[in-house]
Design a protein around this ligand. Sequence first.
Ligand SMILES: *Cc1c(COP(=O)(O)O)cnc(C)c1O
Length: 356
Amino acid sequence: MKLFTVGPVQMYEHTLKERSKPIPYFRTDEFSKVMLETDEMLKELLHTKKDSKSIYLTASGSAAMEAVVCNCFNKKEDKLLVVVGGTFGKRFLDICEIHEIPNEAIILKNNEVLSEEHLLKYNDSGITGVLVNLDETSTGQLYDIDMISSFCKKNNAYLIVDAISTFLCDEYYMDKWGIDATVLSTQKGLCLSPGMAIVTMNKKIVEEKVNKNNFPSLYFNFKDYMSNMERGQTPFTPAVGLVFEIYDMLKTIKKEGLSNRLKKIDNLAKVYRENIVADGISLPEYPLSNAVTPTVLEKPVAMDIFNELKNDHDMFVNPTGGVNADHVLRVAHVGDLNEEDMIEISSKIKELYKKY
Ligand SMILES: *Cc1c(COP(=O)(O)O)cnc(C)c1O
């Protein structure tokens, strides 16, 4: 089986080995040390200061999206601007609606690029926070972070970034880009098994928002997580085995060098993109993350190709939801994949496309 999907991804051998070890008891100094060291490495890779605080949730990424919104904002004081460029942006909007947090939404049309005009409309309109999925994984569009960041600075709005698929695939500079909170999840850019999500927040949003907010929740109360993390623990039983997977992965990336890891993924994306374009097969024109390439098929055969790749070749690509279901396949470049894999999957897709 080979996964060309963006989460779960084709996992690395060293992760599979780590996963096969017995799970230890975790209320120990030894485990605390692993948590604290993991968090230190994570902050380094996020390019954020040591005084930022991370929340390690045992939950999928969507739980972290909901938790960050509820812990940082409330319906009395806030008005959030949500970038809705696909299914994950829509999820942020649903979270605001469910928790009745006042909001405005920038709803992008199919293939529309997020531009300065979209944002300018909301200058001086009382926006207190912006929610954005930097790589909107459902379309692969990578938004212009400098543009979003300067809107937030001008409007004194907090910037919450879901970096679940862009982190460790594209460059990411949390502090330099003025990002107040970053949302991550283990099964995408981190290339691990699903089950944990992380929110890393800077000192400013912790002090000014989280500590003052009274979000009524037992499991998702960030204050509880922050005080436990002072000693390298979580309030509830974490997915202990996954903590070791994260530790092992961050250590590996540090050894390999972050820029080498990013270069490798950038190269795989290039190789695939150069090879896939053919008669009837094209790429979107908006800016793309290195994580995944939406592959646009003129004939409505995306699901046929998806199924044949899966059933006859044991190769998995991401189908696409919504209006593009018949016309777009998404192929990931993250995980334990190499140039030959990129050439193989692009050739196979072209071959099957011709057949239909
Ligand atoms: C995958 C993903 C999520 C979270 O999905 P879960 O299934 O809840 O882990 C959120 N945002 C983005 C951008 C994603 O790619």
